[in-house]
Design a protein around this ligand. Structure first.
Ligand code: KIV
Ligand code: ZN
Length: 512
């Protein structure tokens, strides 16, 4: 019998580092839905948030902890008692919980961000870990900006953290500055230098500023790390974090040279990717590894010919390995309610009662508008419905005049807290008219920061998939919507962003 491969713990931080990405905020319900999926796909540790950041974050971490089944639920805390107390209180509801406390150790961070000298930082390391241990035996300590930290000082801090009881040591490449050979060597050297390093699991946490986050994380495990911190779709600050799906599949497909294993159920990767894209409004790049629309598409004649002869000619993994359905053409206008419900269940949506009735009604009108309804259309339809629940601003009706004769005008009726508000506006083109009409019906300060249109499937009757990012008061929010009518999808996406901006503004006020 061969020895089992070393186990790598997958620490997902989509709900914490991922959510810190500008515009990627999630509602409580969205966080719970995502946490449930992460737990079901066997993520080892879910970093559910930063409890001291706001009452909303505290509530989200507590609720994720309460509902957790298998995963360790973790919260982030700075190196002070208040943060650690909030974190300990929030995570304690989970059967298995962890406090993750951190402090910067690089000269530039200590001097300009913390305004603390090395001795004070070293002292804070021991103090914070000792305090966290009052709540749990599972304490992780991170040296923020570890890759730009002076080596001897980094080792002293790691030593102090382990001596105080930290069981996981994380060495983040906070600014995405390192490269694989260097990062791997750092992990190994710290483990070899710190005398008590065998008492802790070493962890990689890499940002993607140079596009090296996944490569750096894999180098880290090849050099002794046994935990990787990552996010679905690589969501995260700036260029993001290491992408969970890429890490898991790299180890699975290349176990010959990356002889490690994880517990992740890879067949849920595609669904997790779509869910994160939906709740954040961030579209997944078409050619994104593992989960992009084109990740398994073969266009050139030579490739298609090779694939028909033998799939392994051009495919190193099968779409179904990561949960991409083999065929996605499923329904049309003659499909019944039962088939609709079954297909939704297959796609991971358990709808009942009014929610199912509403979704079925919307499916019927979609099937009237377009001949073939694909899985992606169904996902878009249900996601849309889920996203709209509880929103303050809703689209009641829209009439647009576009084309060469002009003037282009938009006539809109919105429901604002259940009360209709109508407006009509002319613009420089139909989109401009539409945005002006929304602003007239519902006056607001936010500015348009990004406007993107894709299609959900192929064909002239495909649904438009619109993303809109709004910016106001230093807050960003991304809204996303799909409809066979591009301008209706645009209006819906705008309102979705406005609703999110409003929710974030409230959260900021509460935290102040
Ligand atoms: O990137 C980073 O350094 C972090 C720490 C807080 C772990 O996210
Ligand atoms: Zn980070």
């Amino acid at each position: 019998m061969t020895d089992p491969l070393p186990q790598i713990r997958i620490f997902d931080t989509t709900l914490r580092d991922g959510e810190q990405s500008p515009g990627a905020s999630m509602t409580l319900r969205e966080k719970l839905e995502l946490a449930e999926l992460l737990d079901a796909m066997n993520v080892d540790i879910i970093e559910a948030g930063f409890p001291a950041a706001s009452p909303g974050d505290f509530e989200a971490v507590s609720e994720v902890a309460r509902r957790s089944k298998r995963a360790v639920i973790c919260g982030l805390a700075r190196a002070n008692e208040k943060d650690i107390d909030a974190c300990g209180e929030a995570v304690r509801h989970a059967a298995q919980h962890r406090i993750h406390t951190f402090i910067s150790t690089s000269p530039v961070h200590m001097k300009h961000k913390l305004k603390m000298g090395p001795n004070a930082v070293l002292e804070a390391v021991g103090r914070s870990v000792t305090h966290a241990r009052n709540y749990t035996d599972d304490v992780e300590w991170s040296a923020e900006d570890a890759t730009r930290t002076e080596f001897d000082f980094l080792c002293k801090c790691v030593d102090a953290a382990i001596a105080a009881g930290a069981t996981t040591i994380n060495l983040p490449d906070t600014v995405g500055y390192s490269h694989p050979a260097e990062y791997g060597a750092l992990i190994r050297r710290v483990m070899e230098t710190v005398t008590n390093s065998d008492k802790a699991v070493f962890s990689a946490h890499c940002h993607n500023d140079l596009g090296l986050a996944v490569a750096n994380s894999l180098a880290a495990v090849s050099h002794g790390a046994r935990q990787i911190e990552c996010t679905i779709n690589g969501l995260g600050e700036r260029a993001g974090n290491a992408a969970l799906e890429e890490i898991v599949m790299a180890m699975r497909v290349r176990s010959d040279t990356l002889p490690f294993q994880t517990d992740i159920d890879a067949r849920q990767l595609s669904r997790a990717s779509q869910m994160v894209s939906r709740v954040t409004g961030f579209p997944v790049q078409y050619n994104k590894a593992i989960v992009g629309k084109n990740a398994f598409a073969h266009e050139s004649g030579i490739h298609q010919d090779g694939m028909l002869k033998h799939t392994e000619t051009y495919e190193i993994m099968r779409p179904e390995d990561v949960g991409v359905a083999e065929t996605s053409l499923v329904m049309g206008k003659h499909s019944g309610r039962h088939a609709f419900k079954d297909r939704l269940a297959f796609l991971g949506y358990e709808l009942e009662g009014d929610a199912l009735n509403d979704a079925f009604k919307r499916f019927k009108s979609l099937a009237d508008a377009k001949k073939d309804v694909f899985d992606d259309d169904l996902i878009a339809l249900v996601d849309e419905q889920l996203a709209a629940e509880g929103e303050r601003f809703k689209l009641e009706s829209l009439q647009i005049i576009a084309g060469t004769r002009g003037p282009q005008t938009a006539d809109i009726v919105l429901a604002v807290d259940g009360v209709s508000s109508m407006a009509k506006a002319e613009g420089n083109g139909p989109v401009d008219a539409l945005f002006k009409a929304i602003r007239a019906a519902m006056p607001h300060e936010a500015e348009l920061d990004l406007f993107q249109v894709h299609t959900v499937t192929g064909g002239t009757d495909a649904q438009a998939d619109v993303s809109i990012r709004l910016k106001g008061d230093g807050i960003m929010a991304v809204g996303r919507a799909r409809d066979v009518d591009t301008l209706v999808a645009t209006a819906q996406a705008y309102l979705h962003a406005l609703n999110k901006l409003e929710a974030r503004r409230k959260k900021k006020k509460l935290a102040a």
